[in-house]
Design a protein around this ligand. Structure first.
Ligand SMILES: Cc1ncc(COP(=O)(O)O)c(C=O)c1O
Length: 392
């Protein structure tokens, strides 16, 4: 039986990286040693004390609930640790009804849209941007309108450029700073403006802060919830994935507007049964010890950032050093006339190095390519020496 796919799936944009995957396979067949520096998935290990806590909790025969549904027997310490973390890190108080733990942000973004959007609703998403915002809108029966992130606006959403008819119809606006893929950061005034925009237009502001803890040179990324009254219109998605090298663990949380949090919780109650208690305990350990773990993790990314940017610039590229995220967003060399697909394909073909074309994050990402810092120094160094052969 050939099962036809749902209309929902057919509405998703084509997978832009499929062609590059084919090209990678062809290069390997030709005997080229392909080096990938394109995916954002931390190579550094999860901190030992977090792993120890998971092992302890999962082996704890004194806890009769250790193997049972995490939603019915939640670890009370985790919401406590989340509140403490937000209070220490941002000076923000999270109310009892303003918090829900998640199985990571990707999952939560989709469930959130199922909880707050109706068919025909509009969501505004940054482009270039993380594709899941649009995917979530489509799964909820809605549509996406793009808010272009332009270099001349420091890759910040230009609220004034969002047309009046879009403001009227939009239910939700996604923001993501520090930003994937542009590595841009947003000042506090930007979040103040965002909250005002949400209030004026009755639009829910959903801030995805997946990279808020990956910061360098002493920079600290703000939370949108630091804005007075932000919880009237905003929620923030936090993930332990990139901060604590825990992508595979699937754990995060959403905080902010109580009714939006309740909508997400209602979807989760109907779809998932929460995380294993041992994962909740290990996440508690990570958040409670954030100040101990984060500097060492970020020192490695900062070193790699300097290696990548300095080397690229010494070979004729023109790349700024980002203050945050695990990405370098670089303009493609002039001779490709802004065609990121052509540059990436030729780079792969000639050198075996795989970076991500900016176009993969939407039309407004054209002209750039993305390198991920989540690879060992020697892999990055080898990739850079091959890139240098391209003689831009
Ligand atoms: C902007 C952004 N948001 C969310 C996520 C998903 O993170 P999680 O592992 O929590 O699902 C990613 C992962 O790459 C991301 O780049």
């Amino acid at each position: 039986m050939d099962v036809p796919r749902s209309e929902r799936l057919s509405k998703l944009p084509p997978y832009l990286f499929a062609d590059l995957r084919r090209k990678m396979a062809a290069a390997r067949e030709r005997g080229v040693k392909v080096i990938r520096i394109d995916i954002g998935d931390p190579d550094q290990p999860t901190p030992d004390p977090v792993i120890d806590e998971l092992c302890r909790a999962v082996a704890d025969t004194a806890d009769p609930d250790r193997h049972r549904y995490g939603c019915d027997r939640p670890v009370a310490e985790l919401p406590r640790a989340i509140r403490d973390f937000y209070s220490r890190r941002f000076g923000v108080t999270i109310g009892e009804d303003q918090l829900v733990t998640t199985m990571g942000s990707k999952d939560a973004i989709v469930k959130f849209c199922l909880g707050v959007m109706n068919p025909g609703d509009i969501g505004i998403a940054p482009v270039p941007g993380y594709p899941t915002y649009n995917i979530a809108h489509v799964f909820a029966g809605g549509e996406t309108l793009a808010a272009p992130l332009l270099a001349e606006n420091d890759f910040l959403v230009d609220f004034d450029a969002i047309p009046a008819d879009v403001r009227k119809r939009a239910k939700i606006l996604w923001l993501n700073y520090p930003n994937n893929p542009t590595a841009a950061v947003a000042p506090m005034e930007f979040f103040e403006r965002a909250v005002e925009f949400g209030r004026q237009n009755n639009i829910l502001i959903a801030h995805d802060s997946a990279y808020s803890e990956n910061t360098y040179d002493g920079y600290q990324a703000p939370s949108i919830l630091q804005v007075d009254g932000a919880d009237e219109v905003a929620v923030e998605f936090f993930s332990l994935s990139k901060a604590f090298n825990m992508t595979g663990w699937r754990v995060g949380f959403v905080v902010g507007n109580a009714s939006a949090v309740a909508a997400l919780n209602a979807v989760k109650e109907n779809i998932d049964n929460g995380s294993l208690r041992a994962i909740q305990m290990a996440a508690t350990k990570a958040l409670d010890s954030a100040e101990q773990f984060l500097p060492a993790i970020n020192a490695v990314y900062q070193r790699r950032r300097d290696l990548v940017v300095d080397t690229l610039n010494s070979h004729g590229f023109n790349v700024a050093k980002p203050k945050a995220t695990i990405y370098i967003w670089a303009p493609v060399p002039d001779k490709y006339h802004g065609d990121s697909g052509a540059f990436v394909a030729e780079l792969l073909d000639k050198t075996g190095v795989m970076v991500t074309p900016g176009r993969g994050y939407g039309e407004a990402g054209e002209g750039f390519f993305r390198i991920s810092l989540s690879y060992p120094d020697e892999v990055l160094a080898e990739a850079l020496s091959r890139i240098a052969q391209m003689r831009v």
